[in-house]
Design a protein around this ligand. Structure first.
Ligand SMILES: [Zn+2]
Length: 139
């Protein structure tokens, strides 16, 4: 089956559940975002309406730092790169940041501690959010 991308109107292939990633703009089309265009739900990082605005501006569909914090608060795990190193943020009873393929990790006991102190090698991520690369949900 095919449909028009909700963001850029490019034609894309969708699966039986109506889901499909647009090859032109990268938007993950799904019925949830079509029904709730202001909500953020994986695999997307931003809402459909925000994606439409970003597409017009030529911006990539990445979350702002507050949006990222909100997704962490909701319990989603992430992988990303920072300064060439790979990391995994794992949210369970606490908030643990692992440097992938090493034994290095930092744990934050509560969301509020994570929100206040999230840093890597002494660099505050809040002020360096644009240096986070290859952000992905870790399922
Ligand atoms: Zn598209």
């Amino acid at each position: 089956m095919e449909k028009q991308c909700d963001v850029c109107e490019n034609t894309l292939k969708i699966d039986a559940w109506g889901n499909g990633t647009c090859k032109k703009c990268g938007w993950n089309n799904d019925k949830y975002s079509t029904s709730y265009p202001n909500a953020i739900n994986p695999p997307n990082f931003i809402s459909l309406n925000q994606a439409k605005r970003y597409f017009k501006l030529g911006k990539s569909f990445l979350p702002t730092y507050p949006q990222f914090l909100n997704l962490v608060k909701r319990g989603f795990d992430f992988t990303f790169k920072f300064e060439g190193k790979k990391y995994q943020l794992s949210v369970h009873n606490d908030y643990t940041l692992w440097e992938i393929d090493t034994n290095n990790f930092v744990s934050y006991k509560t969301f509020s501690e994570f929100k206040s102190n999230f840093s890597i090698d002494g660099v505050t991520i809040k002020d360096n959010w644009d240096k986070i690369k290859s952000l992905q949900y870790d399922c």
